[in-house]
Design a protein around this ligand. Structure first.
Ligand code: SF4
Length: 446
């Protein structure tokens, strides 16, 4: 089986379906700027430490390496990229000023490990290992991004995995574990993780490997995860036949889940969804959450084997595959057309019922029930978010949606100023909500 890494285990535990898309189907995720930034800074630090003896490379050399190896994918635009590039330069300047004067070459810079846990292959990279005395080591892993507390260093399974691998493969005792937060130049250090933590990790590795072997890839949807998931257009949870599952899980401010077409249908063809994904550059390294795109070559290989033209995909002689794609595309078009017709009919029935002043009507096979729902609509999203952020309630609406903001309005602990500000930005509307129910033959009128 494919070696497990800290990031692939975490991904599996987060959502097995997402793991399948990424590691079994080998569909790369979109590049993320924060991963690109992390990789760029890590590469410069590896260059700084990768010398056999003092002195280390000077700052101009480190910065030249940083510039040459800058990973520019995933940034929103040139200005965001420039901002991050400057932040990386600031980090490297300060890091160099602090660590070059007392430089000691590390035991390892970028230590790759491959070990077996109960026969299961496990792999990873440790950013830096320092020797402490003759039989002990210190493990250091660099982090960019948001700051964190020491409790994370004491509990993080990534460090447990590094400790387990280094002790087993190098035969040296781990003295300390450090996450070095680069943006603030703050090393946070904890003592080695306990035997219980290591045993727990081993059990987790075995259990994840077992589930992967059994092909247990059920989706585990949660608003927090699905909102930002690149695989949403392909995910069974968000397909047309599962549309009701969308409720409350993906809508934005002022949007209704039942009114929005599932992502695949929105684009009306499978190409629209597929083009959401890119052919990422493979790095050949699973970087434990640093945005590795090592699974990309499989898609890239398909592209090379077929006759890619104009960004399209052509598998030449495979008529059966072409027929399947054709059938699938036509079905999606039909579903999309049917959905539009159903929405139009729903609007017409609702309006006819309202005109007639009724809430219930029958055909020979169906019963239609109309109810009126009151809800708030929030039109100026930017102002709503700004108001919540200023009031320190950002955590409550991390993936902001109308129902969550509405919940915030009902929370008695919300400060009056925030509530009043939100209400000023909101509008109460009444919307018809129509349900269609199939009648059993004996209950149909007439
Ligand atoms: S959309 Fe949600 S359920 Fe589907 S793969 Fe992504 S995280 Fe998992």
């Amino acid at each position: 089986m494919r070696p497990l890494s800290h990031s692939s285990i975490t991904l599996y535990l987060d959502c097995p379906q997402k793991y399948k898309f990424r590691y079994i189907d080998k569909i790369p995720e979109k590049p993320k700027h924060f991963f690109s930034f992390g990789r760029s800074v890590h590469s410069a630090l590896e260059y700084f430490y990768n010398v056999p003896a003092a002195p280390p490379p000077g700052l101009p050399e480190v910065l030249a390496h940083y510039k040459a190896r800058w990973v520019s994918e995933g940034y929103k635009d040139a200005s965001q990229e420039a901002e991050y590039f400057d932040e990386g330069r600031r980090i490297l300047e300060q890091f160099h000023a602090r660590h070059a004067p007392q430089f000691a070459p590390p035991f390892f810079a970028e230590y790759r490990f491959d070990l077996k846990v109960d026969g299961i292959p496990v792999t990873g990279f440790v950013d830096r290992i320092d020797r402490v005395g003759s039989d002990r080591i210190a493990i250091i892993d660099y982090k960019t991004g948001k700051s964190f507390g020491e409790d994370r260093v004491r509990a993080d399974a990534q460090l447990t995995m590094y400790q387990m691998a280094c002790e087993e493969l190098l035969g040296l005792r781990v003295e300390s574990l450090t996450f070095y937060h680069l943006n603030s130049l703050t090393p946070l250090t904890a003592p080695p993780h306990s035997a219980d933590q290591v045993a727990g990790l081993r059990r987790r590795i075995v259990s994840v490997a077992d589930s992967i072997r059994k092909e247990a890839f059920e989706p585990r949807p949660e608003e927090r995860k699905c909102t930002w998931c690149d695989y949403k257009p392909l995910c069974p949870v968000f397909r047309a036949d599962n549309a009701p599952l969308l409720a409350g899980s993906s809508q934005g401010l002022g949007e209704r889940s039942t009114a929005s077409a599932p992502p695949l249908l929105a684009g009306s063809s499978p190409d629209a969804a597929r083009e959401e994904f890119h052919l990422a550059r493979g790095t050949g390294r699973d970087t434990g959450g640093r945005g590795s795109t090592s699974s990309a070559p499989v898609l890239a290989a398909h592209m090379a084997a077929g006759n890619a033209s104009g960004g399209g995909w052509d598998f030449g002689e495979d008529a059966e595959l072409a027929a399947l794609i054709d059938r699938y595309g036509r079905l999606l078009e039909e579903i999309s057309g049917a959905r539009t017709q159903a929405q139009d009919l729903s609007a017409e029935i609702s309006s006819r019922l309202q005109e007639l002043g009724g809430f219930k009507a029958f055909s020979s096979r169906y019963e239609a029930n109309l109810s009126l729902e009151e809800k708030w609509e929030f039109s100026d999203k930017a102002k709503i978010l700004d108001a919540i952020r200023r009031a320190g309630r950002w955590e409550d609406v991390l993936a902001p949606s109308a129902p969550l903001v509405q919940k915030l309005l009902e929370d008695p602990a919300v400060p009056r100023e925030l509530r009043e500000r939100l209400l000023r930005l909101a509008k109460k509307v009444t919307r018809p909500s129509l349900q269609i129910k199939k009648l059993e033959p004996e209950t149909a009128p007439g």
